[in-house]
Design a protein around this ligand. Structure first.
Ligand code: ATP
Length: 450
């Protein structure tokens, strides 16, 4: 870390502007004036999102030998959503400003507005009414009630309905988990804060099946595992906290629930939910599908319906978290402020920037050769335009942790300058040592949380 003064300004305005300027996130259908609440991930954004997804997937499947993966379809049999309770109760209370018609989620309104029934604009509010968040559509060419399908509002149900398939085809025994990453859709009453709350988003969910007598033990285990996962990602721990759901906040299926909250630029907000869903889902699917979903322990001969501990994190919301956490404006000199994204190297869209000092005298070709070699191990980016200092800053702004400059000395003695994003330190090292030095530096980050 450098000793320059830094501010984690991380204001939404700065982050949104950086995301657009550098190709992380664009407004959906921008050329048509944009579609509110939907966002597209640009060249750097998709890399960042994929890397967060991979980080999660590795953590949940590769580093836990009792968890297997799944990728279920977004569209499911409509009875799934009756059984899960979503048709009846997946709704939020909505109120409307009777003058401006602006809509609000009742539970997101300040207490004062709830008490006085006056909107933030000072107008009377309508009576609260339930608003179901599921998107409904029709499968096939005929729009009749039997063809109704929903866009899934959570990925979890795809796991529950495949629980038996996984059990019968994989060598898993309880306790075990099923992990899945995928799109989910909610017709949110109010979408705001950029990619924080959108109608189309991605979730990373893991459902862990346990003996009913061990639910509390596993609940605690997963709370600890999940907070440690964020530590491994390099997220500042003073920006994370647990918040337990009070009895009136618990979802219809939950016995206990904790949110992991992150201090976003607009305040503490949920990033991930950890829920004890009991045997609610499996018992409902048993009942609605008429299938026995109980588990037979072949050692004890006990038959029971497992309890489920769920960890449900937002992938697209995690992108915003990682950006907010990494964003810094660092004062280098009185009139020199650099914007830097201090991504963990495993998450950075580009790992190594490679620059020839100048294009001529064979330096560009030499730099290209070095870049091609490094590609075997890292995601690289070649840049030969502009002053070298500006090239470094362009990479700082998109979070590239390492940059290499090839100059005249390289031709003489096969050494290059390796520059570290965080400290801005520059060291001269032989080309032959590049891969190992960069790998060592990455390993330093990876040790955190181990
Ligand atoms: P809220 O009450 O804030 O609407 P929730 O508690 O219903 O959300 P969960 O059902 O627990 O949310 O969803 C699990 C995770 O999925 C959340 O922690 C969040 O990261 C993500 N998520 C949920 N809704 C959205 C959304 N509209 N946009 C982006 N991510 C979302």
């Amino acid at each position: 870390m450098s000793d320059h003064a830094t501010t984690s300004a991380g204001t939404m305005e700065h982050i949104v502007s950086l995301c657009k300027r550098r190709g992380f996130v664009f407004q959906s259908s921008d050329i048509y004036g944009g579609l509110s609440s939907a966002w597209d991930y640009g060249p750097l954004g998709v890399e960042l999102k994929n890397r967060i997804q991979r980080f999660w997937w590795r953590e949940m499947t590769q580093l836990h030998d009792d968890i297997v993966g799944l990728d279920a379809a977004i569209m499911m049999h409509p009875r799934v959503w009756e059984a899960s309770g979503h048709v009846d109760s997946f709704s939020d209370l909505m109120v409307e400003d009777t003058v401006t018609n602006e809509r609000f989620r009742w539970d997101h309104l300040p207490e004062e507005n709830q008490r006085t029934k006056i909107s933030p604009a000072g107008n009377p509010l309508s009576e609260p009414k339930q608003f179901n968040l599921m998107f409904k559509t029709h499968l096939g060419p005929v729009q009749e009630s039997s063809s109704v399908v929903y866009l899934r509002p959570e990925t979890a149900q795809g796991i529950y309905v495949n629980y038996k398939n996984v059990l019968q085809t994989s060598r898993v025994r309880i306790p075990f988990g099923i992990a899945q990453v995928g799109k989910a859709f909610r017709n949110e009453i109010v979408t705001k804060n950029f990619i924080f709350r959108t109608c189309e988003f991605e979730q990373m969910e893991m459902q862990f099946f346990v003996h009913p007598s061990e639910d509390e033990k596993w609940f605690e285990y997963w709370k600890e595992q999940r907070i440690n996962y964020y530590r491994k990602m390099g997220i500042k721990m003073d920006r994370l906290r647990f918040a337990q759901h009070g009895p009136d906040e618990l979802a219809h299926y939950a016995k206990d629930a904790f949110d992991i909250q992150f201090l976003f630029p607009f305040g503490w907000q949920e990033l991930e939910g950890i829920h004890n869903r009991t045997d609610f889902d499996l018992s409902r699917h048993s009942e609605f599908a008429g299938k026995d979903l109980s588990y037979l322990d072949d050692l004890t001969k006990e038959r029971y319906l497992p309890y489920i501990i769920e960890t449900s994190a937002g992938l697209t919301r995690s992108v915003l978290m990682v950006l907010s956490d990494a964003y810094e404006e660092e004062t280098i000199a009185e009139d020199d402020v650099r914007t830097v994204l201090r991504f963990h190297p495993d998450l950075a869209p580009i790992t190594v920037g490679v620059f020839p000092l100048v294009k001529k005298d064979g330096l560009a070709e030499l730099a290209r050769d070095i870049e091609r070699e490094l590609r075997e191990d890292f995601t690289t980016f070649y840049d030969q335009s502009g002053a070298i200092g500006r090239r470094y800053r362009r990479q700082d702004e998109i979070g590239t942790p390492y940059c290499i400059t090839i100059d005249y000395e390289t031709k003489e003695n096969n050494t290059v300058t390796l520059r570290y994003r965080d400290s801005m330190e520059q060291v001269r090292i032989p080309v032959a040592e590049l891969t190992i030095r960069i790998k060592q530096a990455i390993r330093e980050y990876q040790r955190v949380g181990e």
